[in-house]
Design a protein. Structure first.
Ligand code: HEC
Length: 282
């Protein structure tokens, strides 16, 4: 028991040591920046305001982020960031209290800045019409956006142009959907039979900010990264499987590996290890 305890303590100490100030910036950009800008109240208060409140109070900052409370009038309740863990939240604190140095507060924003996100890729977990609460919306570099549904574990929607208008969602405290902007190029319905065969495991983000989704489907382990390839999307897969896998292709999607019969693509475990689905868009 004692041994286990000290191993755990060591692990915690190690994981804390690995989180640097640079990680703090990345963690902020991925988890907080959609609602907290350096010098402007958008969905939540600016980093100038947060610095005034928490500059010398890292522990209180971590406590708030794990369990936020309703404080200000006319804003949504902040979602808990407990999943990031204390060490990461301390790194975010370290970054947040320096990021607004020398800046001046601008008047509060009255519209949603995610419509034209300041940077691409941008990842946003959102309630989306047709997709529901498990939607992960991504604005890719260029002008394409897509939505990956963590419920079905698959690409559900592709659209071109502006990204999302989340204002209704924020103002309704999460009861209304965000509005998908631009031109919809592909939209697949939810597939309840699929939901029983898949398990979403999460996603990682590479240095450029692009997500790789990880999930299980019929016992096989999938990693999927979606990139813009100039004419549409390339969906890159790495699958660890012991049996052949079968995927249903939509009209816009083809694959150079495996065997396609009608809309059913079958790949051997060896072929599944690395393959690309090519999506051609109007
Ligand atoms: C979906 C939007 C959203 C995200 C994402 C978000 N926040 Fe917030 N945050 C808010 C809102 C809204 C408030 C104000 C809540 C209130 O006053 O009732 C807030 C307030 C705060 C405050 C001020 C607390 C106080 O005492 O006034 C801190 C600190 C904070 N957030 C930290 C974070 C951190 C750290 C992250 C990322 C790890 C984060 N927030 C992500 C919406 C968000």
């Amino acid at each position: 028991m004692l041994l286990r305890c000290s191993t755990l303590t060591l692990l915690f100490a190690l994981s804390a040591a690995f989180v640097s100030a640079q990680d703090g910036k990345l963690l902020y950009e991925q988890n907080c920046a959609a609602c907290h800008l350096p010098n402007q109240m958008v969905v939540g208060p600016s980093l100038i305001e947060i610095t005034k409140l928490y500059q010398k109070k890292p522990q209180e900052f971590v406590a708030w982020s794990i369990q936020p409370v309703k404080k200000r009038a006319g804003v949504i309740e902040m979602p808990s960031m407990a999943h990031l863990g204390e060490a990461n939240l301390r790194a975010v604190h370290g970054y947040m209290i320096t990021a607004s140095q020398g800046l001046r507060e601008k008047p509060a924003a009255k519209k949603d800045l995610l419509v034209r996100p300041a940077r691409r890729p941008e990842i946003q977990r959102m309630f989306l019409p047709n997709v529901g609460p498990a939607a992960i919306a991504v604005a890719l570099p260029g002008d394409l956006n897509y939505c990956f549904d963590a419920g079905d574990c698959r690409l559900r929607t592709i659209w071109r142009g502006d990204f999302l208008d989340c204002w209704d969602y924020y103002k309704s405290n999460g009861k209304a959907f965000a509005i998908l902007l631009g031109q919809t190029l592909m939209s697949l319905p939810a597939d309840e039979s699929l939901q029983k065969r898949v398990k979403f495991l999460g996603y990682t983000v590479d240095a450029a900010g692009l997500p790789t989704f990880e999930y299980e489907r019929d016992g096989a382990r999938f990693r999927e990264t979606i990139v813009a390839d100039g004419k549409g999307l390339a969906r890159r897969f790495e699958v660890t499987a012991t049996k052949p896998i079968t995927l249903t292709l939509d009209a816009a999607t083809t694959c150079e590996s495996g065997v396609t019969v009608k809309d059913q693509l079958t790949l051997t475990p060896a072929e599944a290890r690395s393959f690309t689905l090519t999506v051609r868009l109007p």
